[in-house]
Design a protein around this ligand. Structure first.
Ligand SMILES: Nc1nc2c(ncn2[C@@H]2O[C@H](COP(=O)(O)OP(=O)(O)OP(=O)(O)O)[C@@H](O)[C@H]2O)c(=O)[nH]1
Length: 169
């Protein structure tokens, strides 16, 4: 898996980066609205660019949104709902984490992103096979089969795995 990384407050990624990356991990701080605004812009930018680069296959890029500093709730500037809504709008993996306190939920998000990339690749390969065989390859599973791990939510076509805990840390 190739993961592109963005620094909040920095420039948007170059086209080459968007082209080679299979997925992006976008991290904002729940205590810093500016970082959330940047991530929002970056997500839109990446998805738009990626859509333009792969006509007919939008959204090809997979994004994990992480709201960091989840331990600093007293300084919260970005609500869980806002993160949740942003994630739903684009089938993103989403979790609030506290990297300084617990690494496991961060690792879970990377794992989920990796799984989603593998599932998307499989699906793309299968749909190519289906097209070549005129839809007779016998797959037709439909879903990606990706299930969110503890504290990580994975959205697929607007549906949420809402059975998962609201905050996983
Ligand atoms: N309380 C808390 N502090 C954190 C957490 N994650 C990172 N930090 C702290 O936030 C500060 C910035 O962390 P960096 O790893 O430098 O992250 P960065 O993206 O370069 O952040 P900036 O320097 O603010 O742009 C450091 O003092 C970290 O210890 C967290 O989950 N909780």
């Amino acid at each position: 898996m190739t993961v592109g990384n963005l620094v909040p407050g920095g420039d948007m990624p170059r086209d080459e980066v968007i082209q080679w990356a299979d997925g992006f991990v976008l991290v904002y701080s729940i205590t810093d609205r500016e970082s959330f605004n940047f991530v929002k812009l970056a997500k839109g930018y990446i998805m738009e660019k990626k859509g333009g680069m792969s006509p007919g296959s939008y959204p090809q890029i997979l994004v994990a949104l992480l709201g960091n500093k989840g331990d600093m709730v007293h300084l919260r500037q970005v609500s869980t709902e806002e993160g949740d809504i942003l994630a739903k709008d684009g089938d993103c993996i989403w979790a609030e984490v506290a990297a300084a306190e617990q690494v496991a939920p961060v690792a879970d998000a990377f794992t989920e992103l990796g799984r989603a990339v593998v599932a998307a690749r499989k699906k793309n390969k299968q749909s190519l096979l289906d097209r070549m065989l005129g839809g007779k390859s016998g797959s037709g599973s439909g879903g990606s089969g990706v299930v969110g791990g503890a504290g990580v939510r994975m959205y697929s076509r607007g549906k949420s795995d809402s059975a998962l805990p609201k905050n996983g840390f």
